[in-house]
Design a binder for this molecule. Structure first.
Ligand SMILES: Nc1nc2c(c(=O)[nH]1)N[C@H]1C(S)=C(S)[C@@H](COP(=O)(O)OP(=O)(O)OC[C@H]3O[C@@H](n4cnc5c(=O)[nH]c(N)nc54)[C@H](O)[C@@H]3O)O[C@H]1N2
Ligand SMILES: Nc1nc2c(c(=O)[nH]1)N[C@H]1C(S)=C(S)[C@@H](COP(=O)(O)OP(=O)(O)OC[C@H]3O[C@@H](n4cnc5c(=O)[nH]c(N)nc54)[C@H](O)[C@@H]3O)O[C@H]1N2
Ligand SMILES: [Mo]
Length: 769
């Protein structure tokens, strides 16, 4: 039994994407305590206390007045209308009828149930699993979404060029190897501690700071490539090369060019472990197009001096070098290219497969990367089978809703957008995650019905026709588990549900009764039975290994269970390095593909057969002279609990804080603490500004996650008064290969806001009538 969690008197164990903790209710107040075993606990849990009973929570089922009066149908009043409260039984009857109507008239192709989003950490009440299981059971399937907003470009390109995507992030170079072996860490986009602080399913130990400190103390050099100096922690004492956003592929090409022309590239490695180098080399040296991709060529593109590029390349030779590429680089136009080119750079250095060396794609971006895997299976709710099978690449949702029947390209296929009548969301916030929100509003106006389960009045809930209040994680029992953290947590209920909120599972169970599939959905289990059932898999796994396997009641009473983990064996690239014939990679050739016949065969100009510098369409110019970097927020996870104390505490004058360079500010008459207006042709938002020299001049940074707050919701392109950068970002795919999200980088102009400051209303419940 584990003594990892303090004995359960008043404080009970719980878990979240941002860490394991325990909590108690005392005199109506929520108290949270960080997990004592965490060497570097995450302050984001401090959003819970003030969020639990915040008026931004949804208290009862609500139906949009226009939908109630006129019935299902396209309506531009979504997000502008008032809501009518309704009793649970009535609203469930209404929704049951609507689901039946859409199913019978349009079939599963009329329902979009992708429902992308991070939801909460517990594995049974995992909203996506619940909604997919429900739609599969009740409708026989739905239009799904594939890949993630996080990493679509990498997810699609990596199997062609390197092998298994999951293994690249989760079974590759670990933090232990960095602490012990790396001599140089070349971090494109950095490895900001704020990011690794988050881990889907929960995390008990944040180890990244300690590992980077240990590496540094051993003499490892950290080199940060990117626009923000804060993307590597102070502990690394990093050297900072501040390139222009979106230009890393050109920089990497020039590094490899210098290696090649100096004869420093590892020819033996390239020969033995890769295919396609000769084709790539002709491009690199300019034999294909007359332009050598040398440091002089890259300097004006990247904003990095040619001599600095050459010096960096020469420094990497002969060292144990780990090249890391943050997710952010590929969440941009042609995001496939830096992912591919990072692998080519690591291959040219001859490092892939060596301990602490090679290619650490996305290391540091999320807490479950760079760790050992658990050696027993964890709890997962079966989603059933989607017999229908249609899908879209996740970030193409607005394109789909606006262009039913249109053809598009994805991973070598030509596909067609379905005609969606009903959109059903639980556990995600498209008004957080999607780009060009004013366009998304137009897209949501097209459907017959939008259903949302939410814990709080997000803009997505405000745009829905039927809003069902969901419990917050603290209000239900669950199991906290991540495949790469050894502590499985018995998440006890801490508080009673807010208002009339119900668990997503109970809502779907009630709907499945109305649709005649209750037994298939619930299998006759209540929530506690399900936890017991899901736990049994882990228990059996322990038993199979002859390890102590406490029964569910013991696990529940102890509060946590420490699981065995697999050894740090370096993963598939270590095995491949040791013997490429015996352990080929699962690519077409079994080798690292520097040129891919498959990708070349797709014939996409936006993603050719080898890594290529493709200048972005969106670059700073007249009217929009600055780059905007819209990265992950430090004080919350995405938009979750933006109304919590820790998130609110980081705002100024109620607005999200943007950062910019004093030189850019001075040129615009902007002072630290001012409210600024960021704008481009797609939209505008306000933010408070903090000036810092830790940002590259010409770049403004505004994290995602401030709730969309239109000054005048009647307007088609309203000013967001709160600071949601997705009113500015561009809704276009990374390329015809992956069609991934490109939200990280856009272009804007910034001015001092001199008008009367509009109030923040994002956290006030909408009008009810
Ligand atoms: N411009 C720009 N945009 C981006 C990014 C970027 O870098 N730049 N990053 C992208 C990335 S990487 C991602 S992953 C996405 C994230 O986008 P999302 O995952 O959609 O963002 P979250 O705020 O985590 O949304 C989760 C929602 O689920 C709700 N929720 C939590 N628990 C439950 C529950 O148990 N039941 C129900 N029904 N609801 C629940 C929360 O209140 C919240 O509204 O954003 C993307 N968007
Ligand atoms: N606290 C917190 N942590 C999180 C999340 C959160 O919402 N909050 N979200 C989680 C999720 S879902 C994901 S997918 C990961 C995302 O992980 P990432 O995508 O890696 O995280 P970001 O913070 O968006 O970006 C990291 C840094 O990349 C830099 N950057 C941007 N563009 C460029 C470029 O063109 N070149 C270079 N060299 N650098 C660039 C920016 O300075 C930025 O700070 O984070 C996870 N961690
Ligand atoms: Mo993500």
């Amino acid at each position: 039994m584990s003594a990892d969690i303090e004995p359960m008197a008043e404080f009970r164990p719980h878990s979240s994407h941002w860490g394991v903790f325990s909590a108690a209710m005392r005199d109506g107040e929520l108290l949270v305590r960080q997990y004592p075993g965490d060497p570097d606990p995450n302050e984001i849990i401090q959003n819970f206390p003030s969020a639990l009973r915040h008026p931004a929570r949804i208290a009862q089922p609500m139906v949009r007045r226009g939908w109630l009066e006129r019935g299902p149908g396209p309506d531009r009043r979504r997000g502008r209308d008032e809501f009518v409260p309704m009793a649970w039984d009535a609203v469930l009857d209404l929704l049951g009828d609507e689901l039946r109507r859409v199913r019978d008239r349009h079939g599963p192709d009329g329902v979009f149930g992708g429902s992308y989003g991070w939801a909460s950490a517990g594995r049974f009440h995992h909203a996506q699993s619940q909604i997919h299981r429900f739609l599969n059971t009740a409708l026989g399937g739905y239009v799904a979404s594939v890949n993630s907003y996080s990493s679509a470009a990498a997810t699609v390109i990596v199997p062609h060029i390197l092998g298994d995507y999951e293994a690249l992030t989760k079974h590759n170079v670990t933090w232990d190897q960095v602490a012990t072996h790396s001599e140089v860490v070349l971090a494109f986009g950095g490895m900001a501690l704020k990011n690794a602080m988050v881990s889907g399913g929960g995390i008990s130990e944040h180890v990244e700071r300690g590992a980077m400190r240990a590496a540094r103390e051993r003499g490892c050099d950290f080199i940060l490539i990117g626009p923000l100096h804060s993307d590597l922690p102070e502990e690394t004492r990093s050297e900072w090369i501040a390139n222009i956003p979106g230009t890393d592929t050109a920089l990497m090409l020039a590094l490899v060019h210098t290696l090649v022309t100096d004869g420093l590239h590892d020819r033996a490695f390239i020969e033995r472990y890769t295919v396609g180098w000769p084709v790539f080399e002709r491009y690199l040296l300019g034999e294909a197009d007359g332009q050598p991709k040398n440091a002089d060529w890259a300097a004006p593109i990247t904003g990095v001096a040619a001599e600095a590029i050459r010096a960096l390349a020469r420094r990497l030779h002969g060292k144990r070098v780990l090249v890391t590429v943050a997710h952010s680089l590929q969440r941009a136009e042609h995001g496939e290219q830096p992912v591919w080119m990072g692998a080519v750079l690591a291959a040219a250095l001859g490092q892939i497969g060596l301990p602490g060396g090679g290619y650490g794609y996305a290391l540091g971006a999320i807490g479950y990367y760079g760790r050992r895997a658990n050696a027993v299976p964890g709890p997962t709710l079966s989603q059933g089978r989607n017999r229908h099978g249609n899908f879209i690449p996740v970030a193409r949702i607005a394109d789909m809703l606006l262009n039913p029947g249109a053809a598009y390209r994805y991973n070598g296929q030509t596909r067609t957008y379905p005609d969606i009548r009903l959109v059903y969301w639980a556990g995600g916030n498209p008004f957080h995650h999607h780009q060009d929100l004013n366009r998304l509003r137009q897209a949501f106006a097209r459907v017959d019905t939008l259903v949302v389960h939410e814990q709080a009045w997000t803009a997505t809930a405000r745009h829905a026709d039927i809003v069902l209040p969901a419990t917050m994680t603290l209000e239900r029992e669950d199991i906290g588990y991540s495949s790469h953290d050894p502590l499985m947590v018995a998440m006890h209920r801490i508080a009673e549900p807010y208002g009339e909120a119900r668990d997503d599972h109970d809502i779907f169970a009630a709907l499945s009764r109305r649709l005649g599939v209750e037994q298939a959905f619930t299998e006759g289990r209540n929530s506690r039975d399900w936890l017991r059932h899901l736990y049994a898999r882990t228990q059996q796994g322990l038993r199979d290994q002859g390890l102590p396997a406490p029964d569910f009641e013991e696990f529940w009473a102890a509060g946590s269970l420490r699981l065995p983990q697999a050894p740090d064996d370096g993963g598939p690239w270590r095995a491949f390095h040791e013997d490429p014939d015996a352990n080929p990679l699962p690519t077409a050739s079994g080798r690292i593909e520097i040129f891919s016949e498959t990708v070349a065969g797709f014939g996409e100009a936006s993603c050719p057969g080898h890594p290529t510098w493709l200048p972005p369409e969106e670059t700073p110019g007249p009217g929009t002279p600055l780059h905007l970097v819209a990265n992950q927020p430090a004080t919350r996870l995405h938009s979750q609990l933006d109304f919590g104390g820790h998130s609110i505490g980081s705002k100024r004058r109620g607005r999200e804080v943007a950062t910019m360079h004093p030189a850019d500010a001075a040129a615009r008459g902007i002072a630290d603490g001012d409210v600024i207006r960021l704008s481009n042709a797609r939209g505008a938002c306000l933010a408070a500004v903090r000036l810092t020299t830790d940002i590259r001049p010409g770049v403004v940074q505004l994290a995602t996650g401030a709730w969309y707050d239109p000054e005048d919701p009647e307007d088609d392109r309203p000013l967001c008064v709160h600071g949601n950068p997705n009113v500015l970002t561009r809704d276009a795919g990374t390329s015809a290969l992956a069609q991934g999200c490109t939200g990280q980088i856009t272009v804007v102009e910034v001015e001092r806001f001199t008008g009367n400051l509009p109030p923040i209303r994002a956290f006030d419940p909408p009008r009810a009538g």
